[in-house]
Write a new protein. Structure first.
Length: 42
């Protein structure tokens, strides 16, 4: 039972990290796209 709890905490931490990273990546990507659209350059 103890090992299961530790495993779930690990999974939850990894999932939270992935969510945070994907949100940051999405924000950066949309920001780059918006910058390109505004400036007209690559």
């Amino acid at each position: 039972m103890r090992a299961d709890l530790r495993l779930w905490v690990r999974i939850r931490d990894v999932a939270a990290g992935l969510v945070r990273y994907s949100i940051l990546a999405l924000n950066a990507w949309s920001g780059i796209r918006a910058g390109r659209a505004v400036s007209g350059f690559d």
